[in-house]
Design a protein around this ligand. Structure first.
Ligand code: G3P
Length: 228
């Protein structure tokens, strides 16, 4: 499963990239607004840094406008993926942009029929929103399972990009469901590292190591190698 970071904050992306665990980035108008910086420069910098897919969302609501915006956004950087809302106009724009070889991420998907339409339009990614379904007492992960199953039935190439992830359990759930990609906020990525037994075990190993003679690994190995 690929992991994308769901943010427009370059510092968060820099940190996650340094850990070596992210394959791409997704943004949306709310995340761009929260970041508060020039959006084109931000998207360019993100794409340069991650050298992987970076979703940038269109704002126009009609097909022609979305296609125009999509074509322009795609020129910012070769890694740009044009993000388009799942409306009739959006699906038509996805079909057009896909036919031009421009990568698309169809967003705001809340039911499997919508995912079927996005796949028919040749979308590169479909983004079902787990957390927002959980918010209204529906099974977010159930939607991911359903879409993965439907796409497998017909060998659709559209990748399932699980979005609106709110906590580490969501990551496990979507990995088990077979999502191709999960996009998550930086805070959830940080929590994925955590387990109290890891911290306790590490602390105990360090304490025990203090009793080992000549315990500076770098010096000890260099000394040993020099004597060989
Ligand atoms: O980018 C789409 C998505 O991940 C939004 O998440 O938490 O605003 O529902 P959220």
């Amino acid at each position: 499963m690929k992991i994308f970071l769901d943010t427009a904050n370059i510092e968060e992306i820099r940190q996650a990239h340094a850990w070596g665990v992210i394959d791409g980035v997704t943004t949306n108008p709310s995340l761009i607004a929260k970041n508060g910086k020039d959006f084109i420069q931000t998207i360019y910098e993100i794409a340069e840094l991650v050298q992987g897919p970076v979703s940038a969302e269109t704002i126009a609501q009609d097909t022609e406008g979305m296609v125009r915006e999509g074509r322009l956004l795609a020129q910012i950087h070769p890694h740009i993926v044009v993000k388009i809302p799942l409306t009739p106009a959006g699906i038509a724009a996805t079909k057009q942009l896909s036919s031009e070889g421009i990568k698309t991420n169809v967003t705001l998907c809340f039911q499997s029929n919508q995912a079927l339409l996005a796949a028919k339009a040749g979308a590169t990614y479909i983004s079902p929103f787990l957390g927002r379904l959980d918010d209204i007492s529906q099974q977010g992960v159930g939607l991911i399972e359903e879409i993965v199953h439907i796409y497998e039935n017909y060998d659709f190439e559209t990748q399932v990009l699980a979005a609106s992830i709110r906590h580490p359990k969501h990551m496990v759930d979507v990995a088990l469901a077979g999502a191709d990609v999960a996009t998550l906020p930086f805070g959830v990525l940080e929590k994925m590292f955590k387990h109290p037994l890891t911290d306790a075990g590490n602390a105990k190993f360090l304490k025990d190591w203090e009793t080992v003679p000549n315990n500076n690994i770098e010096e000890a190995v260099r000394d040993w190698l020099a004597k060989q």
